[in-house]
Design a protein around this ligand. Structure first.
Ligand code: DC
Length: 234
């Protein structure tokens, strides 16, 4: 297992990573947090958990008030076990259930509601109040942690992102095709970037990294280098 890096001046920092689906945010952020000894905050998992709850309870994805109420009262927690980041919804392990195609298809609509975003952003800010956190999502650099110590925007070609998503699905034994994945990504990109409240944004102070031709290890190394330069002047 990788050991946390010894970086001077690292305590209490916030690293925020945004980018479109399939850009490599989750894997990169998870590994980065492990290396730095930081908490990993997967904000997408929180939107997915609210979506799963809504689907189970039959709450329509266009009912912002009811979804906002759910987001406020649900208890979403994370636990790291054997380097896996587990997600719990009111105490139930939903790590796999939030990755199904049904949840993936509905999550953009659910996460577009202001009421849902306000509830979850409040919880995310609370989780990050002491720093030592790597947060990733769509609005962590712009809305959740606008004063983050290091902001990174990851991007990759749609072909590469679709290929990665297909591999994720294969790991979960869910049949799919490259074309299906491309279509789904294009639909989600348009929805996540075009929505009224906190759309996916590349902030002016974020360092942009194109991950199309990088391995996860290279992505993580790049960000660690940036962190070193930013936090310890190395
Ligand atoms: O990163 P992901 O694919 O697990 O995210 C699922 C969805 O959640 C994504 O399509 C948009 C939404 N999301 C969001 O609106 N804001 C975030 N900070 C993270 C995710």
């Amino acid at each position: 297992m990788s050991r946390p890096y010894k970086l001077t001046g690292l305590a209490g920092k916030i690293i925020a990573i945004d980018g479109p689906a399939g850009s490599g945010k989750s894997t990169t952020a998870k590994l980065l947090a492990l290396r730095l000894g930081y908490i990993y905050l997967d904000t997408g998992a929180m939107y997915r958990s609210v979506t799963l709850y809504a689907l189970r309870q039959g709450i329509p994805p266009d009912n912002g008030d009811a979804l906002g109420d759910a987001a406020r009262k649900l208890k979403i927690t994370f636990r790291n076990e054997d380097d896996r980041n587990l997600v719990f919804l009111n105490g139930e392990d939903v790590s796999a259930a939030i990755r199904t195609p049904e949840v993936t298809a509905a999550v953009s609509q659910v996460s577009a509601h202001k009421e849902v975003r306000e509830a979850l952003v409040r919880q995310q800010k609370e989780l990050g109040k002491d720093g030592n956190i790597v947060a990733e999502g769509r609005d962590t650099t712009s809305v959740v942690f606008p004063d983050a110590d290091l902001k990174v925007y990851l991007e990759a070609s749609i072909e590469e992102r679709a290929r990665r998503r297909l591999l994720d699905f294969a790991r979960l034994n869910i049949p799919s095709s490259l074309d299906d994945q491309k279509e789904e990504l294009a639909r989600r990109d348009a929805y996540d970037s075009g929505r009224e409240h906190s759309p996916l944004t590349r902030t002016g102070d974020a360092v942009v990294i194109d991950t199309s031709n990088l391995t996860i290890e290279e992505q993580v190394e790049k960000i660690i280098k940036l962190a070193k330069a930013r936090f310890s002047g190395v």
